[in-house]
Design a protein around this ligand. Structure first.
Ligand code: SAH
Length: 221
């Protein structure tokens, strides 16, 4: 039996702190959520590795560092309402759930959404709401949001997300080609948007009306 708590603490020290993650609340959340419970039995022993892992259906749970960077860029204080697009395993939603008030998370693959929902129930995460739909449309009925985090790669910044943010709200999204992207933080201000670019990254594609088409081989990388 692995000592998952030690592995998790080591992950926070060696993968996150040394690479510049500073937000104490984010570091605490990453040290708390049991990542090994969000992957299959076979991959449990790799849950705290410095990498993305397969979660089935051709999808992945992001590398811990990427989860931490994206979460830090949301600049959460605790009372926010956040939208996540791409529930996947539910790991990122669980991190968000302890850093803000309410999490709405959208997943297009029903099987993954149902597995994540079961996990949240079992582990006692009560402020996460799973929606099965095309997340490129956002979630107009719950908008506006303080933060929107997109954990799949978009060809460009969909206007739907900007319009569903509060003034002062933050959108964090990987944007670029189908096989490599740059992580963006977009802040909605009173007079428009302020876009900042962060780290290069590789995400699975955001597939939907305002994203990629399934099986699309066009690329602009
Ligand atoms: N945040 C996840 C990582 C998910 S990988 C985690 O912590 O495990 C990206 C996910 O986005 C995949 O599950 C994929 O099915 C989903 N996805 C892709 N396009 C989507 C869309 N338009 N709406 C909702 N989910 C989408």
């Amino acid at each position: 039996m692995e000592d998952f708590t030690s592995l998790r603490n080591l992950m926070v020290e060696t993968q996150l702190k040394t690479r510049g993650i500073k937000d104490k609340r984010v570091l605490n959340a990453m040290g708390t959520v049991e990542r090994h419970l969000f992957v299959s039995e076979l991959l449990k022993n790799h849950a705290y590795d410095d990498s993305a892992l397969s979660i089935g259906e051709g999808q992945t749970i992001s590398q811990p560092y990427m989860v931490a960077v994206m979460t830090e860029l949301l600049e959460l204080k605790g009372d926010e309402k956040v939208l996540e697009v791409g529930t996947g395993s539910g790991y990122q939603s669980a991190i968000l759930s302890i850093l803000c008030a309410e999490v709405f998370t959208i997943e297009r693959i029903v099987l993954l959404a149902e597995k994540a929902e079961e996990r949240f129930k079992k582990l006692g995460y009560k402020n996460i709401h799973v929606v099965k739909s095309d997340g490129t449309l956002g979630l107009p009925e719950q908008a506006p949001f303080d933060g929107i985090i997109v954990t799949a790669a978009a060809p460009e910044i969909p206007d739907t997300y900007v319009s569903q943010l509060k003034t002062g709200g933050r959108l964090v999204i990987p944007v670029g080609g189908r096989y490599s992207q740059i992580l963006y933080q977009v802040k909605k201000t009173g007079s428009g948007i302020k876009t900042s670019m962060f780290t290069p990254c590789v995400f699975v594609p955001l597939i939907g009306k305002h994203g990629w088409t399934e099986g699309d081989t066009n690329n602009n990388y």
